[in-house]
Ligand binder design. Structure first.
Ligand code: BTN
Length: 348
């Protein structure tokens, strides 16, 4: 978890008015279920001119929607892009889910975490999601750069629940369980967790999580939960250092991954846990067995790169606050709050 400086002003919607109209048009096409929708009908329903409707449809085509058009009948939606826009996401969310009720999608952004923090400063509500096709300044843990070209799912969720600070570390642990469940349900792949919160497939990283927090008194006021999922990345485009340690889900599965479905699964798992944490309950104990069972770190000889130096030994356990216990070569057990685990058998 990394501390952030965020200021609050007025309540705004993450989406502009034009984006809200765009989303309403998509909803009307989805409701038509493959049938024709006339420009006149859209214009009457939305109270905007036919020219404005045409412009919106053109905008949709520019981002990957395809339509057929028939004189007098109107447009027929043929296909949608792999973008978790609100109307494509909401059908997969349980009605009770408070996360993902507003989605800001951007084709390119510096960092979705930075954007979510800016929206938070403008008063964006709890559950706002920021998602981008690519990031120019994707942030990784401990100040590192995060490789985020087109093809991945780069997303940040804004949490504005007063979670007690001493339960905050559970958030990232729970996020890794939520993402693991989502990835396994969508792909059938056997995904492991590497402490503290990387997700691996066959030992290679497919997802990283970066939680940036702002505290007020004893509680978290704002948390930006950033997730970088290597969904549809072409592994041949990975920089040399990454190709040894990371992979993508589509490469593992030889088929593309649906962004709206994965994201909806993550949010649906996470939402009740966030509410429980906010009501002062501990949640990690409920899923600790699953976390430990899927954890590739425990029981292995490790070297852990920590802010205070390298710790070498055997990874013994992770407690309910996410602290890693390593029996060091010299004998004593060391408690590690944050760091990067290197497995002894990994490429050095
Ligand atoms: C890690 O170092 O493992 C954490 C990587 C987190 C990357 C994601 S991508 C979406 C969100 N926006 C960012 O700038 N970072 C996170």
């Amino acid at each position: 978890m990394e501390q952030q400086n965020m200021h609050e002003t007025i309540q705004i919607s993450a989406r502009s008015e034009s984006e809200q109209i765009r989303d309403e048009i998509i909803r009307l096409f989805l409701k038509a279920n493959g049938g024709f929708v006339s420009t006149g009908d859209l214009s009457t329903r939305l109270g905007i001119s036919r020219t404005a409707i045409w412009k919106h449809i053109q905008g949709l085509e520019n981002i990957g929607f395809t339509f057929t058009i028939q004189p007098r009948l109107g447009h027929q939606l043929k296909s949608v892009p792999n973008i978790p826009l609100l109307p494509l996401l909401e059908n997969h969310l349980p009605t009770s889910c408070q996360l993902g009720r507003d989605v800001k999608w951007l084709p390119e952004v510096d960092s979705t975490n930075a954007t979510a923090a800016r929206l938070a400063a403008q008063g964006a509500p709890h559950g706002t999601v920021v998602v981008a096709d690519c990031q120019t300044g994707g942030r990784g843990r401990r100040g590192r750069h995060w490789f985020s070209p087109m093809g991945g799912l780069w997303v940040s969720v804004l949490l504005r629940r007063p979670i007690p600070l001493h339960h905050a570390s559970e958030l990232t642990l729970l996020s890794s369980v939520a993402i693991r469940r989502a990835l396994m349900a969508e792909t059938g792949l056997d995904i492991h967790i590497k402490w503290p919160n990387d997700l691996l497939y066959k030992g290679k990283k497919v997802c990283g999580i970066l939680a940036e927090i702002r505290a007020e008194g004893e509680n978290l006021a704002t948390t930006v939960l950033g997730m970088g999922i290597n969904t549809n990345l072409s592994v041949v485009e990975f920089p040399a250092d990454l190709s040894l340690t990371a992979t993508s889900l589509s490469a593992a599965l030889s088929q593309p991954i649906s962004h709206p479905q994965i994201l909806a699964q993550v949010l649906s798992h996470l939402d009740p846990w966030v509410e429980q944490l906010a009501s002062g309950q501990r949640v990690f104990p409920q899923v600790a067995a699953e976390w430990r069972q899927s954890c590739s770190t425990l029981g292995r000889p490790v070297r852990v790169n920590t802010p205070s130096g390298l710790v070498t030994g055997d990874a013994l356990a992770v407690d309910e606050e996410g602290i890693l216990y390593v029996r060091t070569l010299a004998g004593p057990i060391q408690k590690i709050h944050t760091g990067d685990v290197l497995f002894e058998e990994d490429p050095k």
